[in-house]
Design a protein around this ligand. Structure first.
Ligand code: SF4
Length: 242
């Protein structure tokens, strides 16, 4: 398994856990605000030895709660991903996967038999082809995304749906349109876009929403989930997965 990035410990990537974070290469989306350009076209990027990562987990297993597998899009790695999860769990850590939800077949495999302990899915836009294309830069079958939403929401496994907002692309109107599709979710996280290093250089000059505006959008979501959290610019994300 190619691992292209590794954070030894994070207090914020998985709420309530001290976790390490693994970044896997490649993605089937090209989100305009993606910070992971180096991961979605990773040929120049050196891989980190899997055994090095496992040795670290062994050493720190009394201190770490879990491992977050991010990307890129982790489900593109299929059976290799399942094997990675197995290896991590063998070392006594819980596992969370961050996905863009594009592959419900693999989302289902992850949820089945509780192979993982938590999952997050990015919901990029209202679930119609045109709105999604505006954000992810490619055409995608939104029916597959709806399937992933339903699988995750009904799984009984700890989960959150993440919505990244940015002026002119995903704002109050889009959040209002997305919300009903997530009804019954355990948690929705509203994330403010971070202009630095965006794939679309044109977005780097755009100012993110104010805290006030974020809070107003969070209010729109509150009737649809058990919890809604707002994340500003403090989240230590080296890859806007995924
Ligand atoms: S933001 Fe996530 S889903 Fe979008 S291109 Fe980047 S890694 Fe892929």
């Amino acid at each position: 398994m190619e691992i292209k990035g590794f954070i030894q410990n994070s207090l914020i990537e998985w709420e309530g856990r001290i976790s390490c974070v693994l970044f896997l290469p490649r993605c089937n989306f090209r989100c305009r605000y993606c910070h992971a350009g180096h991961l979605i076209e990773p040929d120049m990027l050196e891989s980190i030895e899997e055994q090095q990562v496992f040795a670290y987990m062994e050493r720190q297993k009394n201190w770490l709660d879990g491992a977050v597998i991010s990307g890129g899009e982790p489900t593109l790695h299929g059976y290799e991903l399942l094997e990675l999860i197995r290896e991590i769990k063998e070392r006594g850590l819980e596992v969370m996967v961050e996905s863009n939800g594009s592959n419900p077949r693999w989302v289902e495999k992850l949820l089945k038999n509780r192979r993982i302990d938590a999952i997050s899915m990015d919901v990029k836009a209202p679930l119609d082809v045109e709105s999604y294309r505006r954000v992810i830069g490619v055409d995608y079958d939104v029916g597959l995304l709806r399937q992933s939403v339903a699988l995750i929401r009904d799984s009984g496994i700890e989960h959150e749906f993440r919505i990244t907002v940015l002026p002119g692309l995903v704002g109050p109107q889009e959040v209002t349109a997305i919300a009903p599709a997530l009804e019954g979710a355990q948690k929705i996280a509203l994330q403010n876009f971070q202009p630095g290093h965006c794939l679309d250089k044109g977005l780097r000059r755009i100012a993110p929403f104010s805290a006030d505006n974020l809070e107003k959008m969070a209010e729109l979501l509150r009737p649809f989930a058990e919890r809604v959290v707002v994340r500003g610019e403090d989240r230590a994300v080296i890859a806007a997965a995924g």
